[in-house]
Design a binder for this molecule. Sequence first.
Ligand SMILES: C[S@@+](CC[C@H](N)C(=O)[O-])C[C@H]1O[C@@H](n2cnc3c(N)ncnc32)[C@H](O)[C@@H]1O
Length: 371
Amino acid sequence: MAMHKAVNQMANTKLTNAREAKQDEFYTQYYDIEREVEAYLDYNPDVFRGKTVLLPCDDPEWSNFTKYFAQNFERLGLKKLISTSYAIDRKQERYGIQLSLFETEFETRAPHYDAKKTRSHGKIFILDRDENSDSRIDINDLKWQYLKGDGDFRSKEVTKLRDEADVIVTNPPFSLFREFFAWIVDTGKLFVMIANKNCVTYKELFPYIRGNKIWSGRREWAGGMWFETKYSDDVDKVVNGIDMKNVPAIWISNIDHGRRHHPLELMTMGDNLKYSKHKDLNAKNAYKRYDNYDAIEIPYTDAIPSDYNGVMGVPISFLDKYCPEQFEILNANDYRRDNTVPIKPHGLIKDKEGAIDGKPTYARILIRKRQ
Ligand SMILES: C[S@@+](CC[C@H](N)C(=O)[O-])C[C@H]1O[C@@H](n2cnc3c(N)ncnc32)[C@H](O)[C@@H]1O
């Protein structure tokens, strides 16, 4: 019996590890990084000037973050780029899977290359000057060393690098999202990171969103984001021979960009009911008052009425369009996760897995138009 339990437990751990691995091991496309960072630069061309940028979960063979920042080092006016990677042995232990070690000649030919250490230690890549004297600073000037430890972002040595940095940029392991977020949020550093879109109502993050300290990045939420994956059994499409996975991911940041200062163009409540493109938007399911909270239900962000001054419950994807000069965020009702607000609008949202008129219910952000 005990044996049976142990076997079951092992199988469960394996499943959890594999799930976490799939959540954590996917790689951001160069184009997505470029498009996002360029939006911050459009708003303030000097936003990175003279700054030290840390990429704490990125080794250059796999990470386009390192490539982007190294290639654009001079244009961005960076002072220093630091990129650290997590030891492959640790990844394998943690996720219980085999991962191939991709090392370029840049690493294997280095005099300090050590075949054993290369599996058990993290690495640090630094770019801060023209090493090869070709009169420019770019990816060819990167130098690297082994870290003392495995490169876990929580380690003392990577935390020290965090303290040295002005800006932290990455797509971190989603299974450690809360820890990663806690690791950067109150440091006073600028940051740009990728997260699962549901995290916006986590109790650790939502207060910062409400207080306009953190916001959605430039990229729109619709359609999720496409990442390169190393799991051939979990592929949504193959592009030029590369396995790709679609993830409901978004950018979050505390660096300003222009989109968030463009107000949404909205119709009145009456016009929405008459002309909305949403066929199911009618007096039956829209603009209903919650039973125990003084707010009305808005099922689509573009159905927010321009002429309503009270509190409105909107889908979390509203944050994609949120303009702080147009609306204020009051609260959130994501009872499935953290009970951010203890409200339960009966009639519209029945219970945890409940449904409104047969439709699933979702988390809501409670907003009000600025007067
Ligand atoms: C979602 S992937 C993104 C990789 C890279 N930032 C990119 O976007 O291409 C997260 C990476 O963090 C690594 N990782 C997992 N746990 C880590 C930890 N505790 N410290 C640092 N990196 C970790 C994973 O192995 C994975 O390579």
